[in-house]
Design a protein around this ligand. Sequence first.
Ligand code: HEC
Ligand code: HEC
Ligand code: HEC
Ligand code: HEC
Length: 222
Amino acid sequence: MKRRHMNNLGLKVLALGAAGILCASGANAQIRGSAHDFTNAGWSRNQICLPCHTPHNAMHVDINGYGTERLWNHSLPSEGQVYETQDGPMPRNDALDAYSILCMGCHDGTVALDSFGGVNGSQFIFGSELIGTDLTNDHPVGSSAVWNPIYEGTRYNPRSTWEGQTFGNSSMGRLRDMIVNGQVQPVISCATCHEPHRRGGHDDLLRISNTGSQMCLACHIK
Ligand code: HEC
Ligand code: HEC
Ligand code: HEC
Ligand code: HEC
């Protein structure tokens, strides 16, 4: 079931119209008018980037030495936050890679959308975009989705055939490193499949189109 805010939907239609004039393929579609354009959301201070990034005084996001410097501005779920994973309940840093933790700062529903720039907000995500803290009904990410090279060629297409590779007008994401069972391992992250700025212009902020399950088949041999 899809549910979208009316104002965002309106913006989406306008943006698609504008993109159609500038480039027929829509390949240059961007964050403006996407589900991540919060300009009209009321809680965003009328900014697109600010809820997620800041040019100054950004946070250091370091998860056991494997973090991301993205001039991050949004509060994160607490370290003690527990997620239900395919491998049982685990605290944040054992369950998720740094990039998925960035997403969960809004999508697990434990931190308010308007908690950015050091302010504690009060508006929470809801509806189908609320992923929650129970990840057992979602595609595995983080420590439940370690990329194991021994399955390349049998269960999964070799990493080199899809990681960062171009499919149509856009390219597939990357695996991200995190510490799993005391070792640095490459894992599937939210950001492996999704492009938070809608570069490429695909539905659901996907890195590449999933028409005909193309994205699923980039990895899975089925
Ligand atoms: C909803 C949150 C969100 C919003 C809004 C957002 N970003 Fe990002 N941005 C991210 C995340 C998450 C990453 C890390 C993605 C990754 O590394 O795969 C990122 C990464 C980046 C990067 C570095 C990597 C890259 O993909 O190029 C730049 C530059 C960037 N954002 C610029 C912007 C600008 C400029 C805006 C406003 C026009 C913006 N972002 C709005 C979440 C957001
Ligand atoms: C600042 C809070 C925030 C962050 C951080 C954030 N999101 Fe979102 N995201 C939202 C909100 C709010 C919506 C729903 C907007 C609406 O209902 O129109 C949304 C919608 C989405 C959608 C639905 C897109 C669509 O077209 O319907 C996807 C997919 C998504 N986010 C993925 C991600 C991923 C992946 C990350 C991390 C790389 C991320 N988000 C980080 C707030 C955030
Ligand atoms: C293996 C690829 C993959 C991974 C990993 C992944 N997603 Fe998605 N996601 C998708 C696809 C494909 C869709 C569109 C399917 C659909 O229509 O619900 C989607 C849809 C969504 C939506 C929109 C849901 C809706 O019904 O509107 C949100 C929000 C979202 N993802 C967030 C996330 C977050 C947060 C993470 C990390 C915890 C994540 N995704 C990890 C592939 C992925
Ligand atoms: C970036 C590569 C990649 C993409 C894209 C991808 N998967 Fe996966 N998927 C994996 C890996 C790796 C695992 C295995 C994690 C594990 O079991 O350790 C997995 C696990 C699964 C599982 C088993 C889940 C479980 O509970 O054991 C299913 C089902 C699945 N994927 C379906 C999909 C579908 C459907 C899509 C498209 C929406 C998709 N995958 C996209 C890499 C990917």
